[in-house]
Design a protein around this ligand. Structure first.
Ligand code: ZN
Length: 273
């Protein structure tokens, strides 16, 4: 599933193709991808609009339109946005195509059809439901401590809670907890100050590194040019991609299920106190 580094990469790599361009048409191969407003209204309101910029909040992309509307896209489990300038190869699993005035089209590819597009008036309706952005300057160890305070849920589940912190998903939660040597079952509120400091540092380091590596192409994530990211080559535990043994201690990596999510960790490096 695309997480913060993947969505940030999609945004960064789409920007040069779309900023200042006008939407000349929309092809909805699967109309169900438009959740709001009606399909007819969606099309009539975005066609002819300039895309002034794209921003990201958590795992959401906001295309800012000249009309002051926002086209919200969430890639969910398996979505990707691929840019095509030439007559496109027939792409499998394309659910929607946004055509631009520079003969560029954005293909919303989504094998499992969980992805969504909405046209909204106000990004706050989404933004205020999300926790802080972990890569922004304001995200300090103190802010992380506040988000974890009194949480009885396992730290793994708290990291996945978008209301607690925005943008972290299953892969980067496992990586950050392994790097910070914190057991995924520990109640969020039980972390000590040194542990919170370590976790804060590792969350940021891991997310920045993954952005530098253009995201992790496990499952179906592609960059806008159709190529794969390489962040998953750095994984120590996530998705079992680090191998069967821990790179830090040589002990076995274990898979457990924490609140319905497959979780990889090293019981030796991340003991349950
Ligand atoms: Zn280990």
């Amino acid at each position: 599933m695309p997480e913060l580094p993947e969505v940030e990469t999609v945004k960064n790599e789409l920007l040069p193709f779309v900023v200042g361009r006008y939407i000349t048409g929309v092809t909805l191969v699967w109309e169900g991808i438009v959740k709001e407003p009606s399909v007819d209204e969606f099309c009539s309101r975005i066609i002819g609009q300039e895309i002034t910029v794209i921003t990201r909040r958590g795992k959401y992309l906001f295309f800012h339109l000249g009309s002051q509307d926002f086209l919200l896209i969430h890639l969910k489990m398996t979505g990707s946005l691929v840019v095509n300038q030439d007559p496109p190869e027939p792409l499998k699993f394309v659910r929607a195509i946004i055509h631009l005035d520079n003969a560029t089209s954005i293909y919303f590819r989504d094998p499992r059809k969980f992805g969504v597009m909405r046209l909204i008036k106000d990004t706050d309706t989404i933004g205020t439901k999300l926790g802080p952005e972990p890569l922004e300057e304001g995200f300090t160890p103190k802010v992380l401590a506040e988000r974890l305070a009194n949480r009885t849920a396992p730290i793994k589940a708290v990291l996945l809670d978008q209301k607690a912190i925005a943008g972290i998903g299953n892969m980067y939660a496992d990586e950050a907890l392994h790097a910070a040597r914190i057991n995924p079952w520990r109640p969020g509120g039980s972390l000590t100050r040194p542990e919170i400091k370590r976790l804060h540092h590792e969350i940021r380091r891991i997310l920045w590194t993954a952005i530098e590596n253009k995201g992790a192409s496990v499952d179906t994530y592609f960059r806008p040019d159709g190529s794969e990211g390489s962040a998953h080559y750095e994984f120590k535990v996530a998705h079992g991609l680090g191998g069967k043994t821990c790179s830090a201690c040589g002990g076995p990596i274990e898979r457990v299920v924490v609140r319905n999510r497959g979780t990889y960790y090293c019981p030796r490096c991340q003991p349950l106190k």
